[in-house]
Design a protein around this ligand. Structure first.
Ligand code: 13P
Length: 265
């Protein structure tokens, strides 16, 4: 995990009705979210109510359109999402890339328009199973990444590495594979953005849950988690938030003990 507070993002996908919003109350009542950063991305129908219900958890959208003020039936612009109360947006999720035939260029345009509208942006990248089987995962992810992220670095940019074969399957890459991919993404961000690329969070996503969150968060370079299924209820999401809070505390303790050691020496 990198230096900053871990970021835990729940992506509710096509789930949730008004009654589901009581999960936000239950998460906030427990309190661990205050020690990390928690974002929930409900379906667009719930953004405004979720933003009114949530006191500290930030609300995000799952997608946006790159156009603004133009005629696009059924689409939502970043400005409209911001107006509804979203402060984050996920772009380039593999489900959108696959179902909507979204290209890297479209993802980049969405990311750029969303940043302009004041939203923090999570750009998703990740390889399909065939690419990993053929040892092509680095090439696939790097090419997606460099073509999908905004040309100019912005502090409000986050990358999520979500191997497609790990989404909703109960399978996760090994710690070494995740560490390797996160290091590769970090190097590419530094190549593209210079020093600004050093601090952008890189999340892992794909079958993260309460049982594996602590281990995933302990992997070097993992700055947080993008969680699908396990974010749908407070019961399954809270252990993930608690694992992140515990990890944060460990980090702070080791920083403090290093400082004390330095002062003594
Ligand atoms: P799961 O956590 O259900 O595997 O989904 C991951 C995901 O796609 C989050 O965006």
């Amino acid at each position: 995990m990198t230096g900053g507070s871990p970021l835990i993002v729940g992506n509710w996908k096509m789930n949730g009705t008004q009654s589901t919003l009581s999960e936000l109350d239950a998460i906030e009542a427990e309190g661990a979210h205050r020690r990390v950063k928690v974002v929930i991305c409900p379906p667009a129908t719930l953004i405004a109510t979720a933003a009114a219900v949530a006191k500290e958890i930030e609300i995000g959208a799952q997608d946006c359109h790159a156009g603004n003020g133009v005629a696009f039936t059924g689409k939502l612009s970043p400005a409209m999402l911001f107006d509804a109360g979203a402060r984050w947006v996920i772009v380039g999720h593999s489900e959108c890339r696959a179902c909507a035939g979204e290209t890297d260029d479209t993802v980049r345009e969405k990311a750029e328009r969303a940043l302009e509208a004041g939203l923090a942006v999570i750009v998703c990248v990740g390889e399909p199973k065939e690419a990993r089987d053929r040892g092509r995962e680095n090439a696939v992810v790097l090419s997606q990444l460099t073509a999908s992220i905004p040309t100019l670095a912005g502090a409000a940019l986050t990358i999520a590495y979500e191997p497609i074969w790990a989404i909703g399957t109960g399978m996760t890459p090994t710690s070494t594979q995740i560490e390797h991919m996160h290091a590769l993404i970090r190097r590419a961000l530094i190549d593209l953005y210079g020093a600004a690329g050093q601090s952008l969070p890189i999340l892992y996503g794909g079958s993260a849950n309460g049982s594996n969150a602590a281990q995933l968060l302990s992997i070097a370079g993992v700055g947080g988690l993008l969680v699908g299924g396990a974010s749908l209820s407070a019961e399954s999401f809270l252990p993930i938030v608690q694992a992140a809070a515990a990890r944060r505390e460990q980090q702070l303790c080791s920083v403090t003990s290093r400082r004390i050691k330095n002062e003594i020496n």
